[in-house]
Ligand binder design. Sequence first.
Ligand code: NAD
Length: 584
Amino acid sequence: MAAPVTTATTAKSSARTVPAPERGAATSEQAERTIAPRSAPLAGFSGTRRVPPPVNEPVKSYAPGSPEREALKARLKEMSNERADIPIIIGGKDIRTGAIAHAVMPHDHKHVLADWHKASTAHVLQAVDAARAARAEWSNWAWEDRAAVFLKAAELLATTWRATLNAATMLGQSKTVFQAEIDAACELIDFWRFNPAYAQQLYDEQPLSNNTMWNQLDYRALEGFVYAVTPFNFTSIGGNLPTAPALMGNAVIWKPASTAMLSAYYIVRLLEAAGLPPGVINLVPGDPSEISNVLLSHRELAGVHFTGSTGVFNSMWKTIGANMSQYATYPRIVGETGGKDFILAHPSADRQALAVAIARGGFEYQGQKCSAASRVYIPRSIWPDVRDRIVGMMDDMRMGDPTDFRNFLSAVIDEKAFKKISGYVEDARKNATVVSGGVAKGDEGYYIRPTLVESREPGYRLLCEEIFGPVVTAYVYDDSKWNETLEIIDTTSPYALTGAVFANDRAAVREAAMALRNAAGNFYVNDKPTGAVVGQQPFGGARGSGTNDKAGSKLNLVRWTSARAVKETFSPPLDYTYPFMAEE
Ligand code: NAD
């Protein structure tokens, strides 16, 4: 741990609840009394400080007449009429390159919401310099002061910034108000409140000592920069991936998804408002390959914090492997990737609860959640009833512009996704049965109706591959083939992210939980496999679904610190010999 750098003068000030003085702000009297000069001292409070106990942010209802609905509707209108100009932000400075790309509304893709400036290789290198400069000071801040930045960011997001980030997510990523609220507001607030508490738990962990020695763990930041790469589908992941390493003292270069640029931009502005120092998080949008080529081959790459598809993560890992001899330190590689998430029903399942779980788990946010239910296994005895219930709900689902709050779902993210998902639906028409849905219309917005497919072939590609759209494929099994079905679920997909079992028979729950122990990192009993909450269901999966470092938990924060063990001996030996060396 950092040695105390100041005298009692500073210690006395700890009794008052005043902010820690800035580095270098000590009076000349204090400076004189300092025992020895230090290169990067930061005066701090004495005393063990505790972060406020974290509480999950309540989800607001946005019911007609509610104040939050009014505020959000007003912000949606304003932002729909604006055209934001999103710079690169390096070392706290806005940089406009003139190499422009557009952020559009997926549900109205001719509507441009923002122009964003693309970074070149030179900017990426500039970001490395800015991160290096910021790290020198930030990593030496008292961790409580770093935590305070994110706690304040959480409070800003819960209050004055809530409508802005929700509106950016609704307009730019086509989320309904509820989907935006649980993501851009609640989950991101939770990340920023719970991570400081987890950091505190981690920092509390100290080794054994005794009267002759004091052993301490100094939780250092990684040596170098962390590269955060985020997906389009969760604004909260966009916010968490750069800030979790930053909380632990690291400086970060953040490349957001091009299809979530508006929300990413507002996150950086919010963090600035919360007091994050320049250069701690550098926003570097642009061509992913070009940026990765620079950063993944840089000597100072200390970590990668990625969420996105398995293919992209695998390619990044390969590049890191190929560059191994160039790094100053072994980079920490954290990646949460794809899923092919299942719902398994037992004959004893509650049919209505099961049907609702499939409808919500499969189709909310257009099936574009890594945790979305996309393969369901249902016994023949209950299938006709469950199928009809799901189809009834699907027929009822309104789809359209998310600013019309009556809609349950909206458009998929972009043309590439629209074509890919449509391709799967076409495949189902030829090689399986489209039970309901299957209509795709992309002229105004990238709309695909919720689609239910039935396949008799357990190895059919729609039961194995990640589609990332509103398509659920059902495999109907003979009631007598429960054990074989467990085996099929465990072995047909390379992923292992989320899964659920629906059964009222407790023995069946137990069998499924054990047989599918490695098939999901988040396993649900009588609940849909989506909607993990920070502090309640730490999220992540293994196999092809990632390194399972559980975002929003202590397990994740461990990856962003490099512990130094410090042993201090109070009574060093003064004789080199040992008793065994004496003559008999
Ligand atoms: P994606 O893999 O297309 O993109 C993710 C990020 O990687 C983006 O920022 C993108 O620009 C970047 N990228 C693309 N090519 C790259 C390259 N060659 N080098 C470096 N970066 C590159 O994923 P997406 O479409 O944004 O998100 C959907 C995927 O994310 C799905 O597979 C989903 O399952 C996964 N996801 C997983 C989790 C999880 O927790 N496991 C959570 C959300 C999303």
